[in-house]
Write a protein of this length. Structure first.
Length: 467
């Protein structure tokens, strides 16, 4: 019978479903056979879809190299560190040793101190993993791998090629070959193509190139991602303050960083805490907790809107028609504030603006707020006058009402853009994530002030007529 995985029959989704069924029916011999032909990312999806006890049994049956590759990919869809506990410290140590140092460090970092020690005590070369664990998770040091290929700058091409062969266990380590001095300081990058075509007696220092960019282990991972995107490099070396080569960061690690940071920012824009697992994998109680806190805070903030409405209840009682335009006014302010905060937060994330640019941004948004408020105010003015001409609904003082809405929209939209653009700078200055200046948060803030601006303008324009 033909193996559908080997022949590519039925499409990838069908093949993965078949793998899942084999595991659930405890046909592990067939599962392991087919797993050899499945990409680690797809195998990680299959494992993530299994019940925990089945997943642990499957991992224990898989060859170490296949199991470790799947574990490295599972970080994006599940918590693979739980599998290390399920298979026992000895086999867990074998899996960790098979992983690259950065993946190994990321995996064991999720364990408790005691569990981590139980696993690492069985690892032959734990020093490299321990070094990476010493760096913050969101730093270049926490992102890098210590698995680098390096050659002496004073070596010949023949010696360098032999050194590369002895160091490279697989082709993934050959992103870059680094030239170092006798003390291990980075001196340059050696293009593989130049090594291949050069005469065996040429020296490495004659072929090496200076790195376009290099980073230090304490740099933030977002900064590293921006540098790699700016200079369009596949890998960057990580060096200490003395220039000693510590490791490298590759583009695939940076892609994961960008995805994680974007996911976190998007969730914060929506007014909730970042999830630490895929949506369908998050426990219901945890999902509620992560959403309830922000919703409660926003609800309490919106209570101030009711307080503001109560403060102006006399004006509303005298001119009930003013209440018709409350949603229009406060939503316009909230929308303009959300626009401004989104623009500024994105510009900060891309490194386009910095804290020192706050005054330039505020001046720009102040001018934009007046213009945008004038545009919306003009639309509101025309709407009121034209609708009154057709229906006569707004009474004898409809022009005053139209001017009230016009002036209020200019004030509210201007305040919204100012608040939305300034809040990310304040949060960054205080050491918080600017993405916390989410659209719902800005809208709640502007709702209250929008009511105050609206009724203040109304009391000035309508005094002696409706008020």
């Amino acid at each position: 019978m033909t193996d559908p995985v080997e022949e590519g029959v039925g499409g990838p989704d069908l093949r993965l479903d078949e793998l899942k069924e084999l595991a659930e029916h405890d046909d592990l011999t067939a599962f392991v056979k087919r797993a050899h032909h499945v990409h680690p990312s797809d195998l990680a999806d299959v494992l993530a879809a299994l019940e925990e006890h089945i997943r642990a049994r499957v991992i224990a049956e898989l060859p170490v190299e296949i199991a470790s590759s799947a574990l490295a990919e599972m970080e994006a869809v599940e918590h693979p560190e739980e599998l290390l506990l399920a298979v026992g410290p000895e086999y867990a140590a074998e899996l960790v040793e098979e992983l690259s140092t950065d993946d190994a460090a990321d995996l064991v970092a999720e364990l408790s101190a005691g569990e981590r020690e139980a696993v690492l005590s069985e690892v032959t070369d734990r020093a490299s993993v321990d070094k990476l664990l010493a760096y913050p998770e969101d730093s270049a040091g926490g992102l890098m791998t210590a698995d680098v290929v390096k050659v002496r700058e004073d070596a010949s091409v023949a010696e360098a090629i032999e050194a590369i062969r002895s160091q490279s266990e697989d082709e993934s380590q050959l992103y870059q070959v680094y030239a170092v001095d006798v003390h291990g300081h980075l001196r340059g990058i050696v293009p593989i193509a130049k090594l291949v075509i050069s005469t065996p007696t040429r020296l490495v220092r004659e072929l090496m190139e200076q790195p376009i960019v290099q980073v230090q282990p304490t740099q933030d991972q977002e900064q590293v991602a921006r540098l790699m995107a700016r200079y369009n490099v596949a890998a960057v070396p990580v060096v200490d303050e003395h220039g000693y080569l510590l490791g490298r960061i590759t583009f695939d690690d940076v892609v994961d960083v960008v995805e994680a940071e974007m996911t976190e920012d998007i969730l914060k824009f929506g007014g909730m805490e970042a999830l630490d697992a895929p949506y369908l994998k998050v426990a219901f109680s945890r999902m509620v907790r992560k959403r309830a806190g922000w919703l409660a805070a926003l609800f309490l903030g919106e209570m101030l809107t009711a307080t503001a409405m109560a403060f102006f209840q006399d004006e509303i009682a005298k001119a009930v028609i003013l209440a018709l335009f409350v949603p229009l006014i406060i939503s316009s302010g909230g929308n303009s504030g959300s626009q401004a905060s989104t623009l500024v937060i994105r510009a900060m994330a891309l490194g386009e603006v910095h804290l020192r640019d706050w005054w330039r941004v505020i001046r720009r948004e102040f001018a934009a707020g007046i213009v945008l408020g004038g545009v919306l105010g003009a639309i509101g003015f025309l709407r009121i006058t034209l609708w009154h001409t057709i229906t006569g609904i707004y009474g004898a003082h409809y022009l005053l009402i139209a001017f009230t809405v016009f002036g209020s929209l200019i004030g509210v939209v201007t305040f919204g853009t100012m608040a939305g653009s300034l809040l990310p700078f304040i949060l960054r200055r205080l050491g918080f994530d600017p993405a916390s200046a989410s659209a719902p948060f800005v809208a709640t803030l502007v709702d209250v002030t929008g009511l105050i601006i609206y009724f203040t303008v109304a009391s000035l324009i309508l005094r002696g007529t409706l008020l």
